[in-house]
Design a protein around this ligand. Structure first.
Ligand SMILES: Cc1cc2nc3c(=O)[nH]c(=O)nc-3n(C[C@H](O)[C@H](O)[C@H](O)COP(=O)(O)O)c2cc1C
Length: 474
């Protein structure tokens, strides 16, 4: 059994006093002390340091604020006034994730409480957890505000080490990191991105194109360092564990390495911007990649003046974040809701429609054509048309077609709701929907689009009826 000792002590408390108190507290308790936890400000006390060393334990230091947030059996007002927390010893045990088995015992200068760590491995302390969540929330894709300051080699190595610790299928570690500082090389890469930018702009409907004109999509020449992250899909030969059934897993692994890099860079105050406006083979040719190695991601890296609080695409109104509750399904697809909440079925979504808020903010007008079978190609001419194909046969890959093969009429509604909501997140403010033919599933999906669009504050119009029905949010 692993034990946690929570210790509160006055400055200058001797090792002897602490040791005697600990022995008293541990009388009759079976286990090995793995952690000693105390309050910030006492970690350097010589008596405590010696105790921790003699026990061979790790020292966990918690802030008074974190300790004050713990529920304990014996809080003390006096300690509260002095230390900013009504308990140190017991609160430190609880904060370390242990179950309190010996409430605090006291000597003249110290208090000791004992906790037992359960069979589940403990998590980090509150403060450490906060840092992890903070770095995840505050990581940004950065394209502006880079400083003219080189990236220190040691810092860069730390960040690359974090990337290199990523999980990988069969421990295949399929990534490599190509560091690029040379301006001539970066110019060539920049030209490739510029050409792709033009091609993308040309593919957009007029209103979306003008919004795109204001967006910066890369910082290749603004950063002192670019990193090409590559993937060798066959690394490790024939029997890489876990890859045989799903070869995509090597790509997942390399992408996770990028995320590790991104988070570690954020923690170091280093901005990273991922650029994907490339044909990977063209970048590979500029960089002289061997034919068996492919580009996974191209990163622009450098010190920045600030990290924005929200993604640039959100701040510019180009796209919006998807609520977590839309992304969590319970037991079966379509039963959405956060853990512990009642799940939201299609009926609930319909009920919610009237009361939901606007999630997007975009003004793009999109024409949606809902089809059950038939040829999608004849509808794809204009850039502002999206075809939703509900037929069972998968159409050829084309970003102009969403394949939503609903198996039942109810599922069609649910899929329609999702289609509309996700379009609103991508800047659509008005949906002009036509359902072609008399398919029930297509009709129900169209109804779902109406519900989903209205729920998110979009304007939804049916345009296939002689007298067009217009619905606007109340
Ligand atoms: C695989 C991938 C490719 C991306 N490609 C680009 C890109 O070419 N240009 C760009 O400006 N941002 C790119 N991004 C950044 C996303 O736009 C950004 O992650 C998203 O808007 C959320 O913002 P955040 O990363 O600041 O939270 C890419 C991100 C990923 C994960």
């Amino acid at each position: 059994m692993t034990l946690v000792l929570g210790i509160g002590l006055r400055a200058g408390t001797s090792y002897r006093e602490l040791r005697d108190l600990v022995d008293r507290a541990l009388t009759g308790v079976v286990g090995v002390v793995g952690t000693v936890a105390t309050v910030e400000g006492r970690e350097d006390e010589p008596g405590l340091q010696r105790l921790v060393a003699s026990l061979g334990a790790q020292l966990l230091v918690a802030s008074a604020v974190d300790l004050a947030g713990q529920q304990v059996p014996s809080p003390s007002e006096q300690v509260g006034e002095l230390a900013g927390t009504a308990s140190v010893a017991e609160a430190a045990v609880v904060l370390a994730g242990a179950e309190l088995v010996v409430p605090k015992v006291k000597s003249a200068g110290a208090t000791v409480a004992v906790g037992l760590l359960g069979p589940a491995a403990p998590g980090y302390s509150c403060a450490d957890r906060d840092v992890v969540h903070r770095v995840i929330a505050e990581r940004r894709d950065v394209r502006r505000g880079f400083l003219d300051k080189p990236v220190d080699d040691e810092l860069l190595t730390r960040v690359l080490e974090a990337a290199h610790r990523a999980p990988s299928v069969g421990l295949s570690q399929p990534w490599d990191f190509l560091l690029i500082k040379d301006v001539a090389t970066r110019r060539k890469i920049h030209d490739l991105a510029a050409a792709q930018r033009d091609a993308f702009a040309a593919s957009l409907p007029a209103d979306r194109r003008s919004a795109f004109d204001g967006l910066k999509i890369e910082a290749i020449l603004d950063t002192p360092l670019n990193i090409a992250v590559t993937c060798d899909p066959a690394r490790g030969g024939r029997h890489v564990l876990g890859r045989h059934a799903d070869p995509r897993t090597v790509w997942f692994s390399a992408a996770i390495a990028v995320q590790n890099l991104w988070l570690a860079a954020r923690a170091e105050g280093l901005g990273v911007g991922w650029v994907s406006f490339f044909d990977p083979a063209e970048v590979g040719a500029v960089l002289g990649l061997p034919a068996h190695v492919e580009l996974l991601g191209y990163l622009c890296v450098g010190h920045v003046s600030e990290f924005a609080a929200a993604p640039e695409l959100v701040r510019s109104g180009w796209a919006a974040r998807r609520p977590l509750a839309w992304a969590v399904h319970q037991e079966q697809w379509g039963y959405r809701g956060l853990p512990g909440s009642s799940v939201s079925t299609t009926a609930a979504l319909q009920d919610a429609a009237a009361s939901s808020g606007r999630v997007g903010g975009g003004s793009q007008v999109l024409r949606l054509v809902v089809l059950d079978g038939g040829d999608v190609a004849e509808h794809l001419g204009a850039a502002d048309v999206l075809v939703v194909q509900v037929g069972a046969e998968q159409p050829a890959a084309d970003f102009g077609v969403l394949w939503r093969p609903a198996r039942t009429a109810d599922e069609a509604v649910e899929l329609g709701v999702e289609v509309a909501r996700d379009l609103v997140l991508q800047g659509v403010g008005e949906l002009l929907v036509s359902s072609i033919g008399d398919s029930l599933v297509a009709e129900r999906l169209t109804e779902g689009i109406r519900w989903g669009g209205l729920a998110c504050g979009a304007v939804v119009k049916r345009v296939d009826e002689p007298a067009a029905v217009t619905d606007s949010p109340a």
